[in-house]
Design a protein around this ligand. Sequence first.
Ligand code: C5P
Length: 443
Amino acid sequence: MLGPPARAGPIERSTFGAVTAQAIMTAKPLSDARILLIVGGGVAAYKSLELIRRLRERGAIVRVVMTEAARQFIAPLSAAALSGHAVRSDLFSLIEEAEMGHIELSREADLVVVAPATADLLAKMAHGLANDLASATLLATDKRVLVAPAMNVRMWLHPATRRNVAVLGGDGVLFVGPDEGEMACGEFGPGRMAEPPAIVAAIERALGEPTAIPLPPGLGARPEGALAGLRVVVTSGPTYEPIDPVRFLGNRSSGLQGRAIAQAARAAGARVTLISGPVALADPAGVEVVHVETARQMHAAALAALPADVFVAAAAVADWRVGAVGAQKLKRGAAGAPVLSLVENPDILADIATRRAGRPALVVGFAAETERVVENARDKLERKGCDLIVANSVAESEGTFGGLDNQVAIVSATGVEPWPRMSKQEVARGLIEVIARMMKGRT
Ligand code: C5P
């Protein structure tokens, strides 16, 4: 394991609005992202220390591998202190390998970053050499690799490096930099390593890309966890229904609960697609995220994400949309206030739960009610045709929408199980346990 996930800080629970804003602010942009940083031997290695600091500040978990040459430029102890984990260099250290083998090291990460990537490391990568820990890890990884090259301008422009860069680009390796400027060796041109903020931005972009380099089916690591090998689709957040080009009908859903469910499903070994309405949250690592705005877009994205084994509808979908959306911004006028006529949106949950062909084995809905919570949930279970309803009260006094906690009852055909108030992460983990138990009975 790369270490425990970062926890959000404490939240001030004053008013509805304040909780929403606080909750969003505490979700760090790289929370839970696991970065394996490989530091090559170049003058720019000192900048990798700042990179580690910036990544940790943004909530990432960072493990560091240094090449032998890198150890000539920066002290492993500095990287260990900043990352909070021992630094690894030696492929043949029995102690280090026993703690975490190089294969595990390369698979446990969400993204592998090479900074600085020297001409030598790029050449090894392009040719598949694996004679030290850094290169062996790069060859063994099934994750995206982002490199930040740093070398003398002539080395960067040498035909051999040009060839290697082209090969790596073709292999799906991502690049950030190099920048142009004065070099430590006194020459001028492209070859300076990108600055840490630019590398952090590239890391954030890279985490949004599909991570794994696919292997033919049946090969590679056996997935582990209660939902290993299953496909889970989660809808989350609000939908925005346009009134005109600048206004919309929306709701107060923050997307925190749906995001937590997607993360818990992923932690249980599932392949997860999160279909999210507009939220102010960073995309969770290791999950395919589809961003949508309207209910109809969410519906189309949900259908496109099938087939799936489990479908969880946690989104607060607008029941209605404006029938005739203004092509121009509506203006005040003599005619008085405009009258909006609404038409019904597709019911995504009911549609997927009642499909004859390709219905997911387990369909889970939410019932956000302001009154008679359990009765309404029971009714919804039948009406929508789903297997499980997570019933929660969203009365304003509860602070559920936008809050960090939730108090739910799990309603199924066999009964009702009220859960105590707990964090949305805990609700998500509990729900995934229930789903895993039910899936065992079905597969
Ligand atoms: O009928 P109601 O909106 O209360 O049902 C809530 C449940 O149905 C939630 O799981 C929500 O995600 C889902 N839903 C949906 N599409 C809609 C409305 C609700 O998937 N148009």
